[in-house]
Design a binder for this molecule. Structure first.
Ligand code: SAM
Length: 236
């Protein structure tokens, strides 16, 4: 999979060279590039924002650098355009977008080329989203019902959630199947050695060696935990 990220703070993404995603990049499973939006400006100050038409607080990201960035990045993969619309999938993080879930991550992990555009200030000139829709599939995606200063942290979370679903990124694919949200339930509790720690014992059934009983106990724990912590998941 190819992922391009456009941001005015590319160094936010230095952390993506670490851990599993770093290894996936090194091995070529994930072709991840982070770009500075200011590289597509032409004025001396490398300006990316301006005052809003109609007045109001804050600044808005100018459309011109975004247009040039998208032209270049959408074109760079013209041999393998893979979204439902036949172009890259272009994702703009936004508190006003659809909420990102594990199902979204699963869907996006099947794409060949994702472009993430990180907003700042009051956001990006609305015409950029319309223009991007001519180049591929556009998704406005929210991390949750709160407002961040910029899209970078949201994109980090999305890239990590999507990236770990790409075959070969996580060593043991079984560990993905059993996780929270994969089957609509939260994951069961996990324990490791020692079996007694500070007077707290591991549930004896986990030491029984009875795999059927362990599977049943874990499923009950999933149901109970979901009922207590996230009853909304059970009512869906
Ligand atoms: N004025 C915008 C609004 O009220 O919808 C908020 C702009 S926010 C300060 C700047 C940028 O942060 C947004 O363009 C978006 O890229 C990002 N952002 C903020 N909250 C987010 C969230 N919950 N999920 C995803 N991205 C978010």
């Amino acid at each position: 999979m190819r992922i391009d990220v456009v941001s005015i703070f590319p160094s936010y993404f230095d952390g993506l060279t670490l851990s599993l995603l770093g290894k996936a990049r090194d091995s070529g499973i994930l072709d991840l590039d982070v770009h500075d939006l200011r590289d597509w400006t032409s004025d001396r100050h490398r300006t990316v924002d301006d005052t809003p038409y109609g007045g109001g607080a804050g600044m808005v990201m100018k459309p011109e650098p975004w247009g040039l960035a998208l032209d270049q990045l959408a074109d760079s993969q013209s041999g393998s355009l893979s979204s439902s619309k036949g172009g890259p999938t272009i994702i703009f993080p936004s508190p006003a977008g659809e909420v990102f879930t594990q199902a979204t991550a699963r869907e996006l992990a099947t794409r060949e080329h994702l472009i993430f555009g990180c907003g700042r200030y009051e956001g990006i000139d609305e015409r950029v989203f319309e223009y991007a829709a001519d180049l591929g599939e556009v998704r406005l995606i929210s991390l949750g019902d709160y407002v961040l200063n910029g899209g970078e942290v949201a994109v980090m979370a999305m890239v990590e959630a999507i990236g770990r679903l790409i075959p070969g990124v996580v060593g043991n694919p079984e560990s993905l199947v059993e996780e929270s949200h994969e089957d609509g339930l939260l994951e069961y509790p996990s324990y490791t050695k020692p079996s007694v720690w500070r007077d707290r014992e591991v549930p004896p059934i986990l030491l029984s060696g009875n795999h059927g009983a362990i599977a049943g106990w874990r499923h009950e724990q999933q149901l109970e935990r979901t009922r207590v912590r996230r009853p909304d998941l059970l009512s869906d």
